[in-house]
Design a protein around this ligand. Sequence first.
Ligand SMILES: *Cc1c(COP(=O)(O)O)cnc(C)c1O
Length: 420
Amino acid sequence: MNKEPFVTEAQIREIVKTYPTPFHIYDEAAIRRNARELLKAFAWNPGYKEFFAVKATPNPYILQILREEGCGADCSSYTELCLADAAGITGDSIMFSSNETPTGEFTKARELGAYINLDDITHIPFLQAECGIPETICMRYNPGGVYELGNGIMDNPGDAKYGCTKEQLIEAFNTLKGLGVKHFGIHSFLVSNTTAENYYPTLAKTLFTLAVELKEATGVHIAFVNLSGGIGVPYRPEQTAVDIAAVGRGVKEVYDEVLVPAGMGDVSIYTELGRFMLAPYGGLVVRAIHEKHIYKEYIGVDACAVNLMRPAMYGAYHHITVLGKEDEPCDHTYDVVGSLCENNDKFAIDRKLPKIDIGDYLFIHDTGAHGFAMGYNYNGKLKSAELLLRPDGSVKRIRRAETPADYFATLDSEIMKGHY
Ligand SMILES: *Cc1c(COP(=O)(O)O)cnc(C)c1O
């Protein structure tokens, strides 16, 4: 089974003349197409809005593209708020879904006019003391226990640090009402990276039912239900993509079943998708620079876990295409590895691939979300550039690669002077 890269070997050989590997490259046309499909799937809900999870791909050019398609931004830190602002996303197009929020970040969110999504009841006095209570507020729910979907996929909210209990939500809504809050939202994020089409509908049923209960218990106006992120993508070639239109229909069914009869047909649906919006539309392009033959066969490439951490961190699968060898038989077995002094720095283990020669370019698929973003600087390795493949086929650099000067910038400038 195979996955097709959105660039060809010929395109990459042209691009590397200007921008050497490694780099992440994003497919603008596909990002736009997918965003339109999502909005179409939820068009039945007049207030629907997607707040793209900035942490997935924190680049203002990507945020601008999504803004043009009608998306907002979901931020959870000061710098993510700055990125949204720089991309022209402000006011109620920002959702600030933070947790254990550091001092000063609520203030920044309020300055931008963002929705504030409180993780806990104890954050009410914290928010009040820091910058006052806004007229609309969202709160994050944790149902506890284990969360099961019909097909058995589940997660363990009882072990998760996020959100608060139903009893706390009732108490919080009463308190906030007393403090002048007029409109409320509820939010929950229970399963990550699931391609189960019933995840959103199941979560929607949980949250819609809770919304009705909260309205009855406290009399407040529930303005929106935020289904957050979590919709997954097919990282493996044998997986199939989520049918987002079916997901939208599934949520509508539950909406008509639970909210409409309760007289709550004005509730807006919000989402905070990250992975679904970007992951398949980015790739990490690397070059084979070494091969070694010991107890296993290794291909060393010019990138490492600093550029894509998911395999090292979660053992995550990322499909690899050897560019120009798409039609050759996968009759070699390799570990494709980076240069960190860490034995988990492996993009692929025991992967069947065509014979790789030094100088071949490899396309590591599905790095558009939680790819570049999770990068770090271990071993003094530097982060790569990010490139945007425009719909007209041209390439725009949307972030330059780090240089040693960037890496040393936070040190006393005197001590490193003349040493790089
Ligand atoms: C990470 C995160 C998201 C996005 O998650 P995806 O799995 O990328 O869809 C959305 N909301 C919050 C609060 C998050 O922390």
